[in-house]
Design a protein around this ligand. Structure first.
Ligand SMILES: Cc1cc2nc3c(=O)[nH]c(=O)nc-3n(C[C@H](O)[C@H](O)[C@H](O)COP(=O)(O)OP(=O)(O)OC[C@H]3O[C@@H](n4cnc5c(N)ncnc54)[C@H](O)[C@@H]3O)c2cc1C
Length: 505
Protein backbone atom coordinates (compact mmCIF):
# COMPACT_ATOMS: atom_id res chain seq x y z
CA UNK A 1 0.00 0.00 0.00
CA UNK A 2 1.34 3.42 -0.94
CA UNK A 3 1.28 6.21 1.66
CA UNK A 4 -0.89 8.37 -0.65
CA UNK A 5 -2.84 8.14 -3.87
CA UNK A 6 -1.25 11.31 -5.21
CA UNK A 7 1.76 13.35 -4.12
CA UNK A 8 1.92 16.85 -5.60
CA UNK A 9 5.33 18.51 -5.27
CA UNK A 10 4.92 22.29 -5.16
CA UNK A 11 1.92 24.42 -4.16
CA UNK A 12 1.95 27.21 -6.75
CA UNK A 13 -0.32 27.93 -9.70
CA UNK A 14 0.03 24.43 -11.13
CA UNK A 15 0.26 22.26 -8.01
CA UNK A 16 -2.12 24.30 -5.86
CA UNK A 17 -4.78 24.37 -8.57
CA UNK A 18 -4.48 20.65 -9.24
CA UNK A 19 -4.83 19.90 -5.51
CA UNK A 20 -7.98 22.03 -5.44
CA UNK A 21 -9.41 20.28 -8.50
CA UNK A 22 -8.77 16.81 -7.06
CA UNK A 23 -9.74 17.48 -3.43
CA UNK A 24 -13.41 16.46 -3.86
CA UNK A 25 -12.41 13.05 -5.31
CA UNK A 26 -11.64 11.62 -1.87
CA UNK A 27 -8.18 10.57 -3.08
CA UNK A 28 -5.50 10.76 -0.41
CA UNK A 29 -3.43 13.73 -1.57
CA UNK A 30 -0.24 15.11 -0.07
CA UNK A 31 1.13 18.47 -1.19
CA UNK A 32 4.86 18.73 -0.47
CA UNK A 33 6.12 22.33 -0.44
CA UNK A 34 9.69 23.41 0.26
CA UNK A 35 8.60 26.80 1.62
CA UNK A 36 6.40 27.99 4.45
CA UNK A 37 3.42 30.34 4.54
CA UNK A 38 4.60 33.86 3.83
CA UNK A 39 4.49 35.71 7.17
CA UNK A 40 1.59 38.15 7.45
CA UNK A 41 3.26 41.34 8.62
CA UNK A 42 3.44 45.05 7.90
CA UNK A 43 6.53 44.50 5.78
CA UNK A 44 4.30 42.79 3.20
CA UNK A 45 3.39 46.28 2.01
CA UNK A 46 6.68 48.04 2.65
CA UNK A 47 8.42 49.02 -0.63
CA UNK A 48 11.78 49.24 1.11
CA UNK A 49 11.41 45.64 2.31
CA UNK A 50 10.25 44.50 -1.12
CA UNK A 51 12.50 46.38 -3.54
CA UNK A 52 15.60 47.24 -1.55
CA UNK A 53 15.80 44.32 0.89
CA UNK A 54 14.18 41.62 -1.30
CA UNK A 55 12.64 40.36 1.90
CA UNK A 56 10.73 37.31 0.66
CA UNK A 57 12.94 36.38 -2.27
CA UNK A 58 15.00 33.18 -2.12
CA UNK A 59 18.64 33.56 -1.17
CA UNK A 60 19.84 30.60 -3.20
CA UNK A 61 22.72 30.97 -5.65
CA UNK A 62 21.93 29.94 -9.21
CA UNK A 63 24.59 30.09 -11.92
CA UNK A 64 24.52 31.57 -15.41
CA UNK A 65 26.21 29.99 -18.43
CA UNK A 66 29.52 31.61 -17.51
CA UNK A 67 29.30 29.94 -14.07
CA UNK A 68 28.62 33.32 -12.43
CA UNK A 69 26.29 33.14 -9.40
CA UNK A 70 23.12 35.23 -9.24
CA UNK A 71 20.12 35.50 -6.95
CA UNK A 72 16.97 34.72 -8.93
CA UNK A 73 13.81 36.71 -8.32
CA UNK A 74 11.92 33.62 -7.17
CA UNK A 75 9.91 32.68 -4.10
CA UNK A 76 9.65 29.38 -2.21
CA UNK A 77 6.42 29.79 -0.24
CA UNK A 78 3.01 28.16 0.03
CA UNK A 79 1.27 29.43 -3.11
CA UNK A 80 4.57 29.68 -4.99
CA UNK A 81 5.33 32.74 -7.08
CA UNK A 82 1.65 33.67 -7.24
CA UNK A 83 2.00 35.10 -3.70
CA UNK A 84 3.76 38.09 -5.20
CA UNK A 85 2.43 38.05 -8.74
CA UNK A 86 0.82 41.01 -10.43
CA UNK A 87 -2.49 39.11 -10.76
CA UNK A 88 -2.87 40.25 -14.38
CA UNK A 89 -4.10 37.05 -15.97
CA UNK A 90 -4.83 36.65 -19.67
CA UNK A 91 -5.79 33.97 -22.14
CA UNK A 92 -3.40 33.14 -24.95
CA UNK A 93 -4.83 34.10 -28.33
CA UNK A 94 -6.27 31.49 -30.74
CA UNK A 95 -3.30 32.03 -33.09
CA UNK A 96 -0.81 31.38 -30.25
CA UNK A 97 -1.95 27.73 -30.24
CA UNK A 98 -0.93 27.31 -33.90
CA UNK A 99 2.36 27.99 -35.65
CA UNK A 100 2.98 31.70 -35.74
CA UNK A 101 5.73 33.42 -37.74
CA UNK A 102 7.77 35.87 -35.69
CA UNK A 103 10.64 38.14 -36.61
CA UNK A 104 13.19 35.61 -35.33
CA UNK A 105 11.48 32.39 -36.39
CA UNK A 106 8.39 30.33 -35.88
CA UNK A 107 6.59 29.89 -32.59
CA UNK A 108 5.58 26.21 -32.65
CA UNK A 109 2.03 24.89 -32.46
CA UNK A 110 0.47 23.23 -29.45
CA UNK A 111 -0.75 19.65 -29.87
CA UNK A 112 -4.35 20.84 -29.50
CA UNK A 113 -6.29 23.93 -30.43
CA UNK A 114 -7.52 26.96 -28.53
CA UNK A 115 -11.06 25.60 -28.93
CA UNK A 116 -10.12 22.41 -27.05
CA UNK A 117 -8.63 24.47 -24.22
CA UNK A 118 -11.24 27.23 -24.03
CA UNK A 119 -13.56 25.63 -21.44
CA UNK A 120 -10.66 25.45 -18.98
CA UNK A 121 -9.90 29.15 -19.45
CA UNK A 122 -13.51 29.87 -18.57
CA UNK A 123 -13.25 27.78 -15.40
CA UNK A 124 -9.89 29.32 -14.51
CA UNK A 125 -11.31 32.82 -14.84
CA UNK A 126 -14.18 31.94 -12.56
CA UNK A 127 -11.97 30.27 -9.93
CA UNK A 128 -9.38 33.07 -9.89
CA UNK A 129 -12.05 35.82 -9.90
CA UNK A 130 -11.06 37.66 -13.06
CA UNK A 131 -12.31 41.21 -13.51
CA UNK A 132 -12.58 42.52 -17.04
CA UNK A 133 -14.90 43.65 -19.81
CA UNK A 134 -15.51 41.41 -22.75
CA UNK A 135 -15.34 42.95 -26.22
CA UNK A 136 -12.80 45.69 -25.46
CA UNK A 137 -9.57 43.87 -26.31
CA UNK A 138 -9.03 44.00 -30.09
CA UNK A 139 -7.32 40.57 -30.05
CA UNK A 140 -9.75 38.92 -27.64
CA UNK A 141 -10.13 35.23 -28.46
CA UNK A 142 -13.51 33.49 -28.58
CA UNK A 143 -14.93 33.24 -25.03
CA UNK A 144 -17.83 31.02 -24.00
CA UNK A 145 -18.63 33.14 -20.93
CA UNK A 146 -18.24 36.70 -19.78
CA UNK A 147 -15.67 37.61 -17.16
CA UNK A 148 -17.08 36.84 -13.73
CA UNK A 149 -16.56 40.41 -12.44
CA UNK A 150 -16.65 43.86 -14.09
CA UNK A 151 -13.31 45.61 -14.57
CA UNK A 152 -11.46 47.77 -12.10
CA UNK A 153 -12.16 51.35 -13.26
CA UNK A 154 -9.30 53.64 -14.23
CA UNK A 155 -8.39 56.46 -11.86
CA UNK A 156 -8.56 59.93 -13.51
CA UNK A 157 -4.94 60.18 -14.73
CA UNK A 158 -5.10 56.73 -16.32
CA UNK A 159 -8.53 57.44 -17.79
CA UNK A 160 -7.01 60.53 -19.42
CA UNK A 161 -4.15 58.45 -20.88
CA UNK A 162 -6.70 55.90 -22.15
CA UNK A 163 -8.80 58.64 -23.76
CA UNK A 164 -5.78 60.26 -25.37
CA UNK A 165 -4.51 56.96 -26.79
CA UNK A 166 -7.97 56.21 -28.08
CA UNK A 167 -8.04 59.57 -29.88
CA UNK A 168 -4.81 58.53 -31.57
CA UNK A 169 -6.57 55.44 -32.90
CA UNK A 170 -5.52 52.81 -30.33
CA UNK A 171 -7.88 50.52 -28.42
CA UNK A 172 -6.78 50.56 -24.78
CA UNK A 173 -8.81 48.18 -22.62
CA UNK A 174 -9.30 47.36 -18.96
CA UNK A 175 -6.69 44.94 -17.61
CA UNK A 176 -8.02 41.51 -16.64
CA UNK A 177 -7.16 41.18 -12.97
CA UNK A 178 -7.37 38.31 -10.52
CA UNK A 179 -8.33 40.14 -7.33
CA UNK A 180 -11.04 39.66 -4.77
CA UNK A 181 -13.15 42.79 -5.05
CA UNK A 182 -16.80 42.50 -5.85
CA UNK A 183 -17.31 45.86 -7.54
CA UNK A 184 -21.07 45.60 -7.21
CA UNK A 185 -21.21 44.43 -3.59
CA UNK A 186 -19.69 46.81 -1.00
CA UNK A 187 -19.75 44.03 1.64
CA UNK A 188 -17.43 41.78 -0.35
CA UNK A 189 -14.38 43.89 -1.06
CA UNK A 190 -11.26 42.52 0.61
CA UNK A 191 -9.23 44.26 -2.13
CA UNK A 192 -8.78 47.90 -1.23
CA UNK A 193 -7.17 48.88 -4.57
CA UNK A 194 -3.93 49.94 -2.91
CA UNK A 195 -0.55 50.91 -4.32
CA UNK A 196 1.19 47.80 -2.97
CA UNK A 197 -0.12 45.06 -5.26
CA UNK A 198 2.69 43.80 -7.48
CA UNK A 199 5.18 42.42 -6.52
CA UNK A 200 4.04 42.56 -2.90
CA UNK A 201 2.29 39.77 -0.98
CA UNK A 202 -1.26 40.90 -0.17
CA UNK A 203 -1.68 41.76 3.49
CA UNK A 204 -5.46 41.73 3.00
CA UNK A 205 -5.35 38.26 1.34
CA UNK A 206 -7.28 39.87 -1.51
CA UNK A 207 -5.05 38.70 -4.32
CA UNK A 208 -6.47 35.55 -5.84
CA UNK A 209 -3.18 33.69 -5.49
CA UNK A 210 -2.79 29.91 -5.43
CA UNK A 211 -2.65 29.70 -1.63
CA UNK A 212 -5.78 31.73 -0.92
CA UNK A 213 -7.74 30.45 -3.92
CA UNK A 214 -6.75 26.80 -4.02
CA UNK A 215 -4.37 25.42 -1.38
CA UNK A 216 -6.27 26.58 1.70
CA UNK A 217 -9.70 25.51 0.32
CA UNK A 218 -8.22 22.12 -0.69
CA UNK A 219 -6.88 21.65 2.85
CA UNK A 220 -10.45 21.95 4.17
CA UNK A 221 -10.92 18.39 2.85
CA UNK A 222 -9.82 15.59 5.23
CA UNK A 223 -8.18 13.71 2.39
CA UNK A 224 -5.75 16.56 1.54
CA UNK A 225 -2.70 17.45 3.60
CA UNK A 226 0.27 19.76 3.24
CA UNK A 227 3.85 19.02 4.25
CA UNK A 228 5.58 22.40 4.25
CA UNK A 229 9.25 23.24 4.72
CA UNK A 230 9.84 19.97 2.93
CA UNK A 231 12.27 19.82 0.03
CA UNK A 232 12.00 17.01 -2.50
CA UNK A 233 15.59 16.08 -3.29
CA UNK A 234 15.07 13.14 -5.67
CA UNK A 235 12.56 10.77 -7.16
CA UNK A 236 13.44 7.07 -7.19
CA UNK A 237 12.10 4.46 -9.61
CA UNK A 238 11.84 0.69 -9.72
CA UNK A 239 14.60 -1.17 -11.58
CA UNK A 240 12.70 -0.97 -14.88
CA UNK A 241 12.49 2.82 -14.55
CA UNK A 242 8.78 2.67 -15.42
CA UNK A 243 7.37 3.70 -12.03
CA UNK A 244 8.40 6.26 -9.45
CA UNK A 245 8.45 4.26 -6.23
CA UNK A 246 9.75 6.78 -3.68
CA UNK A 247 9.81 10.52 -3.16
CA UNK A 248 12.86 11.54 -1.15
CA UNK A 249 11.91 14.44 1.09
CA UNK A 250 14.20 16.47 3.34
CA UNK A 251 12.28 17.97 6.23
CA UNK A 252 13.08 18.87 9.84
CA UNK A 253 16.68 17.75 9.35
CA UNK A 254 15.55 14.25 8.33
CA UNK A 255 15.24 12.40 5.06
CA UNK A 256 11.88 10.68 4.55
CA UNK A 257 10.86 8.33 1.78
CA UNK A 258 7.21 8.75 0.78
CA UNK A 259 5.20 6.68 -1.68
CA UNK A 260 2.18 7.34 -3.85
CA UNK A 261 0.45 5.79 -6.85
CA UNK A 262 0.89 8.98 -8.85
CA UNK A 263 3.52 11.65 -8.51
CA UNK A 264 3.00 15.16 -9.82
CA UNK A 265 5.97 17.50 -10.12
CA UNK A 266 4.81 21.15 -9.87
CA UNK A 267 7.97 22.91 -8.74
CA UNK A 268 7.93 25.67 -11.41
CA UNK A 269 9.68 25.20 -14.77
CA UNK A 270 13.23 25.59 -13.49
CA UNK A 271 12.95 23.54 -10.30
CA UNK A 272 10.85 20.83 -11.97
CA UNK A 273 13.56 20.32 -14.59
CA UNK A 274 16.23 20.41 -11.87
CA UNK A 275 14.40 17.75 -9.84
CA UNK A 276 14.14 15.43 -12.85
CA UNK A 277 17.82 15.98 -13.71
CA UNK A 278 18.83 15.35 -10.07
CA UNK A 279 16.89 12.07 -10.16
CA UNK A 280 19.16 10.45 -12.77
CA UNK A 281 19.68 6.73 -12.18
CA UNK A 282 20.85 3.63 -13.98
CA UNK A 283 17.46 3.35 -15.69
CA UNK A 284 17.46 7.08 -16.53
CA UNK A 285 21.12 8.06 -16.94
CA UNK A 286 20.41 11.53 -18.39
CA UNK A 287 17.83 12.43 -15.80
CA UNK A 288 14.40 11.07 -15.01
CA UNK A 289 11.99 10.97 -17.97
CA UNK A 290 14.71 12.40 -20.19
CA UNK A 291 15.17 9.83 -22.96
CA UNK A 292 14.38 12.68 -25.40
CA UNK A 293 17.16 14.87 -23.93
CA UNK A 294 14.52 17.62 -23.73
CA UNK A 295 14.28 18.01 -19.94
CA UNK A 296 15.47 21.50 -19.08
CA UNK A 297 15.59 22.69 -22.71
CA UNK A 298 13.35 25.23 -24.45
CA UNK A 299 13.39 27.47 -21.39
CA UNK A 300 11.40 30.62 -22.02
CA UNK A 301 11.15 33.79 -19.92
CA UNK A 302 9.48 36.33 -22.25
CA UNK A 303 11.28 39.51 -23.25
CA UNK A 304 10.20 42.03 -20.62
CA UNK A 305 10.96 45.70 -20.31
CA UNK A 306 9.87 48.03 -17.55
CA UNK A 307 9.18 51.41 -19.18
CA UNK A 308 8.82 54.45 -16.96
CA UNK A 309 7.27 57.35 -18.89
CA UNK A 310 7.39 60.83 -17.35
CA UNK A 311 5.25 63.84 -18.16
CA UNK A 312 4.88 67.27 -16.60
CA UNK A 313 1.46 66.29 -15.33
CA UNK A 314 1.43 64.68 -11.86
CA UNK A 315 0.18 61.12 -11.58
CA UNK A 316 -1.56 60.74 -8.19
CA UNK A 317 -2.97 57.32 -9.16
CA UNK A 318 -3.03 54.80 -6.31
CA UNK A 319 -4.18 51.62 -8.08
CA UNK A 320 -2.53 51.98 -11.46
CA UNK A 321 -2.63 48.56 -13.08
CA UNK A 322 -5.96 48.97 -14.87
CA UNK A 323 -4.99 49.51 -18.51
CA UNK A 324 -3.60 47.26 -21.27
CA UNK A 325 -2.88 47.58 -25.00
CA UNK A 326 -2.93 44.73 -27.50
CA UNK A 327 -2.97 46.84 -30.68
CA UNK A 328 0.50 45.61 -31.61
CA UNK A 329 0.16 42.01 -30.45
CA UNK A 330 0.27 40.62 -34.00
CA UNK A 331 2.09 43.45 -35.76
CA UNK A 332 3.05 47.10 -35.64
CA UNK A 333 2.52 50.18 -37.81
CA UNK A 334 5.54 49.17 -39.94
CA UNK A 335 5.94 45.59 -38.78
CA UNK A 336 4.20 42.55 -40.25
CA UNK A 337 5.35 40.32 -37.38
CA UNK A 338 4.03 40.05 -33.79
CA UNK A 339 5.33 42.58 -31.29
CA UNK A 340 3.56 41.71 -28.04
CA UNK A 341 1.55 43.16 -25.21
CA UNK A 342 1.71 46.36 -23.18
CA UNK A 343 0.26 46.74 -19.70
CA UNK A 344 0.54 49.02 -16.71
CA UNK A 345 2.29 47.93 -13.52
CA UNK A 346 1.47 48.91 -9.98
CA UNK A 347 2.43 52.54 -9.31
CA UNK A 348 6.22 52.70 -9.11
CA UNK A 349 7.52 54.28 -5.94
CA UNK A 350 11.03 55.66 -5.61
CA UNK A 351 12.36 52.36 -4.25
CA UNK A 352 11.25 50.55 -7.41
CA UNK A 353 12.62 53.29 -9.66
CA UNK A 354 16.03 53.12 -7.98
CA UNK A 355 16.73 49.90 -9.92
CA UNK A 356 16.45 51.65 -13.26
CA UNK A 357 17.61 55.16 -12.45
CA UNK A 358 21.11 56.53 -13.05
CA UNK A 359 23.16 55.46 -10.03
CA UNK A 360 23.82 58.95 -8.65
CA UNK A 361 20.18 60.07 -8.73
CA UNK A 362 19.08 61.14 -5.27
CA UNK A 363 15.87 60.24 -3.49
CA UNK A 364 14.22 63.63 -4.02
CA UNK A 365 14.60 63.34 -7.78
CA UNK A 366 13.36 59.73 -7.71
CA UNK A 367 10.31 60.87 -5.77
CA UNK A 368 9.66 63.62 -8.33
CA UNK A 369 9.86 61.08 -11.16
CA UNK A 370 7.58 58.70 -9.25
CA UNK A 371 4.99 61.45 -8.81
CA UNK A 372 4.97 62.20 -12.54
CA UNK A 373 5.47 58.83 -14.18
CA UNK A 374 3.09 56.33 -15.67
CA UNK A 375 4.69 52.88 -15.43
CA UNK A 376 4.42 50.31 -18.21
CA UNK A 377 5.41 46.69 -18.70
CA UNK A 378 6.20 45.62 -22.26
CA UNK A 379 6.28 41.90 -23.14
CA UNK A 380 7.31 40.12 -26.33
CA UNK A 381 7.31 36.38 -26.93
CA UNK A 382 10.67 34.62 -26.86
CA UNK A 383 10.88 31.52 -29.02
CA UNK A 384 11.73 28.10 -27.60
CA UNK A 385 15.35 27.19 -28.31
CA UNK A 386 17.00 23.94 -27.30
CA UNK A 387 20.13 25.85 -26.27
CA UNK A 388 18.20 27.86 -23.68
CA UNK A 389 18.19 25.44 -20.84
CA UNK A 390 18.42 24.41 -17.21
CA UNK A 391 21.29 22.13 -16.24
CA UNK A 392 22.98 21.25 -12.96
CA UNK A 393 26.47 22.32 -11.96
CA UNK A 394 28.86 19.57 -10.85
CA UNK A 395 27.79 20.34 -7.26
CA UNK A 396 24.09 19.97 -8.13
CA UNK A 397 23.16 23.65 -8.20
CA UNK A 398 20.89 25.17 -10.83
CA UNK A 399 22.55 26.57 -13.92
CA UNK A 400 20.70 28.63 -16.53
CA UNK A 401 21.96 29.12 -20.08
CA UNK A 402 19.75 31.65 -21.81
CA UNK A 403 20.29 33.87 -24.83
CA UNK A 404 17.26 36.10 -25.49
CA UNK A 405 15.79 35.99 -29.00
CA UNK A 406 13.14 37.93 -30.92
CA UNK A 407 14.66 41.12 -29.50
CA UNK A 408 14.07 43.18 -32.64
CA UNK A 409 10.31 42.76 -32.20
CA UNK A 410 10.69 43.74 -28.54
CA UNK A 411 12.67 46.90 -29.29
CA UNK A 412 10.18 47.78 -32.03
CA UNK A 413 7.33 47.49 -29.54
CA UNK A 414 9.06 49.81 -27.07
CA UNK A 415 9.74 52.35 -29.82
CA UNK A 416 6.12 52.22 -31.04
CA UNK A 417 4.79 52.75 -27.51
CA UNK A 418 7.19 55.62 -26.86
CA UNK A 419 6.12 57.22 -30.14
CA UNK A 420 2.50 57.28 -29.00
CA UNK A 421 3.35 58.44 -25.48
CA UNK A 422 5.40 61.35 -26.85
CA UNK A 423 2.31 62.53 -28.72
CA UNK A 424 0.38 62.76 -25.45
CA UNK A 425 2.90 64.73 -23.43
CA UNK A 426 5.42 62.22 -22.08
CA UNK A 427 8.96 63.50 -22.57
CA UNK A 428 11.30 61.27 -20.56
CA UNK A 429 11.55 57.48 -20.80
CA UNK A 430 13.55 55.02 -18.74
CA UNK A 431 13.54 51.46 -19.86
CA UNK A 432 15.09 48.45 -18.27
CA UNK A 433 15.22 45.07 -20.00
CA UNK A 434 14.56 42.32 -17.48
CA UNK A 435 17.22 39.69 -18.10
CA UNK A 436 18.38 37.23 -15.47
CA UNK A 437 17.68 37.22 -12.52
CA UNK A 438 14.05 38.04 -13.44
CA UNK A 439 12.78 34.48 -13.91
CA UNK A 440 9.13 35.33 -13.25
CA UNK A 441 7.68 33.84 -16.45
CA UNK A 442 9.91 30.74 -16.61
CA UNK A 443 8.33 28.01 -18.73
CA UNK A 444 8.85 25.30 -21.33
CA UNK A 445 11.45 22.99 -19.73
CA UNK A 446 9.37 19.80 -20.09
CA UNK A 447 7.56 20.51 -23.32
CA UNK A 448 4.29 18.77 -24.08
CA UNK A 449 3.77 17.06 -27.45
CA UNK A 450 2.83 13.75 -28.96
CA UNK A 451 6.31 12.59 -30.07
CA UNK A 452 8.35 11.06 -27.21
CA UNK A 453 11.54 11.76 -29.16
CA UNK A 454 11.04 15.51 -29.11
CA UNK A 455 9.04 16.14 -25.96
CA UNK A 456 8.95 15.17 -22.29
CA UNK A 457 5.20 15.14 -21.62
CA UNK A 458 2.27 13.69 -23.49
CA UNK A 459 -0.94 15.66 -23.86
CA UNK A 460 -2.08 14.49 -20.39
CA UNK A 461 1.09 16.05 -18.93
CA UNK A 462 2.28 12.56 -18.10
CA UNK A 463 5.94 11.88 -18.86
CA UNK A 464 6.40 9.72 -21.94
CA UNK A 465 8.98 7.61 -20.08
CA UNK A 466 7.53 7.00 -16.60
CA UNK A 467 3.99 5.71 -16.19
CA UNK A 468 3.01 7.34 -12.90
CA UNK A 469 4.93 10.62 -13.24
CA UNK A 470 3.30 13.92 -14.28
CA UNK A 471 4.53 17.52 -14.54
CA UNK A 472 1.80 20.11 -13.98
CA UNK A 473 3.13 23.66 -13.85
CA UNK A 474 4.69 26.12 -16.29
CA UNK A 475 7.08 23.48 -17.66
CA UNK A 476 4.64 22.09 -20.24
CA UNK A 477 4.32 25.11 -22.58
CA UNK A 478 5.35 24.30 -26.20
CA UNK A 479 5.22 28.09 -26.79
CA UNK A 480 3.76 30.82 -24.60
CA UNK A 481 2.57 33.73 -26.70
CA UNK A 482 3.20 37.20 -25.29
CA UNK A 483 0.52 37.19 -22.61
CA UNK A 484 1.21 36.49 -18.95
CA UNK A 485 1.43 32.73 -18.43
CA UNK A 486 -0.45 31.98 -15.24
CA UNK A 487 -4.05 31.74 -16.43
CA UNK A 488 -2.84 29.11 -18.91
CA UNK A 489 -0.99 27.22 -16.15
CA UNK A 490 -4.16 27.25 -14.03
CA UNK A 491 -6.41 26.21 -16.94
CA UNK A 492 -4.03 23.39 -17.77
CA UNK A 493 -4.03 22.17 -14.17
CA UNK A 494 -7.85 22.08 -14.26
CA UNK A 495 -7.63 20.13 -17.53
CA UNK A 496 -5.22 17.58 -16.05
CA UNK A 497 -7.48 17.39 -12.98
CA UNK A 498 -10.35 16.34 -15.26
CA UNK A 499 -8.14 13.71 -16.91
CA UNK A 500 -7.19 12.33 -13.48
CA UNK A 501 -10.83 12.22 -12.44
CA UNK A 502 -11.80 10.42 -15.65
CA UNK A 503 -9.14 7.80 -15.00
CA UNK A 504 -10.60 7.19 -11.51
CA UNK A 505 -13.88 6.20 -13.13
C1 LIG B 1 6.94 39.35 -9.08
C2 LIG B 1 6.15 38.47 -9.99
C3 LIG B 1 5.07 38.98 -10.69
C4 LIG B 1 4.33 38.15 -11.53
N1 LIG B 1 3.22 38.65 -12.14
C5 LIG B 1 2.47 37.85 -12.91
C6 LIG B 1 1.26 38.32 -13.48
O1 LIG B 1 0.83 39.46 -13.25
N2 LIG B 1 0.57 37.48 -14.29
C7 LIG B 1 0.98 36.19 -14.55
O2 LIG B 1 0.29 35.48 -15.30
N3 LIG B 1 2.11 35.71 -13.98
C8 LIG B 1 2.85 36.49 -13.17
N4 LIG B 1 3.98 35.99 -12.57
C9 LIG B 1 4.38 34.59 -12.86
C10 LIG B 1 3.62 33.57 -12.00
O3 LIG B 1 3.83 33.80 -10.65
C11 LIG B 1 4.08 32.17 -12.41
O4 LIG B 1 3.78 32.00 -13.80
C12 LIG B 1 3.39 31.04 -11.66
O5 LIG B 1 3.48 31.20 -10.28
C13 LIG B 1 4.07 29.73 -12.06
O6 LIG B 1 3.33 28.65 -11.51
P1 LIG B 1 4.05 27.25 -11.25
O7 LIG B 1 3.06 26.33 -10.66
O8 LIG B 1 4.76 26.86 -12.49
O9 LIG B 1 5.23 27.58 -10.20
P2 LIG B 1 5.18 28.31 -8.80
O10 LIG B 1 3.94 29.07 -8.64
O11 LIG B 1 6.46 29.03 -8.63
O12 LIG B 1 5.14 27.11 -7.75
C14 LIG B 1 6.21 26.20 -7.59
C15 LIG B 1 6.25 25.75 -6.13
O13 LIG B 1 7.10 24.61 -6.01
C16 LIG B 1 7.89 24.74 -4.83
N5 LIG B 1 9.08 23.90 -5.02
C17 LIG B 1 10.07 24.12 -5.92
N6 LIG B 1 10.98 23.12 -5.85
C18 LIG B 1 10.54 22.27 -4.89
C19 LIG B 1 11.07 21.05 -4.35
N7 LIG B 1 12.20 20.50 -4.84
N8 LIG B 1 10.39 20.45 -3.33
C20 LIG B 1 9.22 20.98 -2.85
N9 LIG B 1 8.69 22.13 -3.34
C21 LIG B 1 9.34 22.75 -4.36
C22 LIG B 1 8.16 26.22 -4.74
O14 LIG B 1 8.50 26.61 -3.43
C23 LIG B 1 6.83 26.82 -5.21
O15 LIG B 1 5.95 27.02 -4.12
C24 LIG B 1 4.72 36.78 -11.70
C25 LIG B 1 5.80 36.27 -10.99
C26 LIG B 1 6.51 37.10 -10.13
C27 LIG B 1 7.68 36.51 -9.36
Amino acid sequence: MADYDIIIIGSGAGGGTLAYALAPTGQQILIVERGDYIPREKANWDPTAIFLEQRYQIQEDWYDERQQPFHPEAYYVVGGNTKVYGAALQRMREQDFGELAHYDGVSPAWPFSYGDFEPYYTRAESLYKIHGRRGEDPTEPQMSADFPFPPFPHEPRIQKVADQLQKLGLQPFHATLSLNRDVENPHNRPCIRCDTCDPYPCLADAKADAQVTCVDPALAYDNVSLLKNAYVARLHTDASGQQVTQVEVQTDGETRMLTADRIVVSCGAINSAALLLRSASEAHPNGLANSSDQVGRNLMFHNHTSLVAVSAEPNPTVFQKTLSLHDFYFGGPDQDYPLGQIQLTGKAKWQRLKHQAPEDMDRAMLEYISQHSVDWWVTTEDLPSSDNRVTLTPTGDIQISYQPNNLKAHHDLIAVLEGYLKQIGFYLFWHKYMGLPVVWHQSGTCRMDTDPKTSVLDTHCRTHDVENLYVVDSSFFPAMGAVNPTLTIIANALRVGDLFKASLG
